[in-house]
Design a protein. Structure first.
Length: 154
């Protein structure tokens, strides 16, 4: 089974794949990584070409519609072009906290979504007292296992 092409892997069962020699799995993983990198490069090139081709029309349409961001559409032959320039607001945390602290708590809660997190490294390194205090708020979910094959360095 050493002549398996990357595109044939999806036709196999997990049991068949598990029978591959490690060298074949490593080779297929390397091929996959190269294919992913190539696809990323192709996407970057296509995105740059679309930007070159459509950005002026999109900007003109947004200007005509009186907006700086958002989605505009137009026909190009048999196709409809949908150009989106999304908003990416960022909030100055210290300023926002000061403003929210001055608001009625119910009003602030209506507008703001807050989520507190504890970095796992800091949680693990916390002294026993802090660790015990934080523990009731912690739920541990298990992620999907991954496997990486690396060449052994000699």
């Amino acid at each position: 089974m050493s002549n398996i092409a990357l595109h044939d892997v999806t036709d196999l069962t997990p049991q068949e794949i598990a029978e591959f020699p490690t060298s074949l799995m490593a080779d297929l993983a390397a091929q996959l990584k190269a294919a992913q990198e190539h696809i990323k490069e192709v996407k970057t090139a296509l995105d740059a070409g679309a930007e070159e081709k459509y950005s002026s029309t999109a900007a003109d349409l947004r200007d005509f519609e009186g907006k700086d961001t958002g989605t505009v559409r137009w026909d190009d032959g048999e196709y409809t072009i949908v150009a989106n320039l999304p908003k990416k607001p960022k909030w100055q945390q210290a300023t926002l906290i000061a403003i929210l602290n001055d608001m009625d708590p119910d009003v602030a809660a209506h507008y703001v979504k807050a989520e507190y997190k504890v970095e796992e490294k800091k949680f693990t390194a916390a002294p026993p007292g802090i660790h015990a205090q934080l523990m009731p708020a912690r739920t541990l979910e298990i992620g999907k296992p991954t496997y990486k094959i690396e060449e052994t360095t000699k």
